[in-house]
Design a protein around this ligand. Sequence first.
Ligand code: CP3
Length: 340
Amino acid sequence: MKNDLFLRALRGDEVERPPVWMMRQAGRYLPDFMKLKAKYDFFTRCRTPELATEITVMPINQVGTDAAILFSDILVVPQAMNVPFEMKMGLGPWLENPVRSAADVEKVVVPDVEQELDYVMEAIKMTVKELDSSVPLIGFAGSPWTILCYTVEGQGSKSFDKAKGFCFSQPEASHKLLQKITDTTILYLRAKIKAGVDAVQIFDSWGGMLSPTDYEEFSWRYIQQIIDSLKGEAPVIVFGKGCWFALDKMAASGASAVGLDWTVTPELARKWTGGDITLQGNFDPSRLLSPVAEIERRVKEMINRFGKNKYIANLGHGILPNIPVEHAQAFVNAVKNYKS
Ligand code: CP3
């Protein structure tokens, strides 16, 4: 690997400067991405290895991040489980018949992932070739809870109250569903590692919707199963939005790194995670709307506070579509130019 900063930071090795990548870096703030978006619908882009490869390497060539993340979506997993998500223009994920009962859960299957999601594995193999050992490739999956949120709600939501209602009124059916998603996710991430990704990230985007007690029951225990199952196979990064209350568990889970949203200070994050694990984050994505000089100043301050070792610079959630590409470049360059 020509640039192995990201992998070194995951191992906790000394580095000259922290590596940098951005969640959702293969996305709509890139003008070239928008050109492909105009020509092909979302899941066509995901299912066509040539397109997924082209989009995955865009931010490497155009923004200069130290790692690539495969262009795909967390919802390809439920799709393979007999839960046929679509992506609707202006609305986002859409499921005609959401899973709302024990009988619905029975129809959800644990698939042969190598077969059902072969297009993902093909995209990984093609991307690995295209990257030619320039930077590592990250694979990902949604957490079981976050996938359940969309599967029960049928679309995005501000509160995911239908998903929570399902868990709280039908705990047995909800745990059955969570276990099926977990089993599939383990097979899926294992297949991705076999196909060539260098690390994997679990996105628990809606973990923060749950109280700490419910988080333990409906989200964390399944994430822990995934981490346990992948032990020794590849580094795992666990990211939970709004999950500051679980940072201690995440740090003790066997994961290689813990991803942070922007609502926690570096000092508290280090304290709650015990000071020894690699942390990733946590620039407020909206702060990329600040003038470039302000972005540079805040990036320097962020690294000073996290420290340059055991740290991966990133945003606290996905990059927003309205970020000027020059500002994304300024963020990445500010990390690359960091001197303590
Ligand atoms: O990070 C990357 O650059 C890799 C690609 C990636 C996408 N989705 C592409 C995408 C990743 C890692 C995801 C993860 C994902 N998808 C999450 C977890 C991370 C997070 O942001 O919380 C979630 C919750 C989803 C579900 C999803 N996919 C939603 C809610 C939407 C619609 C809203 C939105 O952000 O646009 C998507 C669509 C989607 N996934 C787009 C992209 C680039 C935009 C739609 C398009 O390009 O047509």
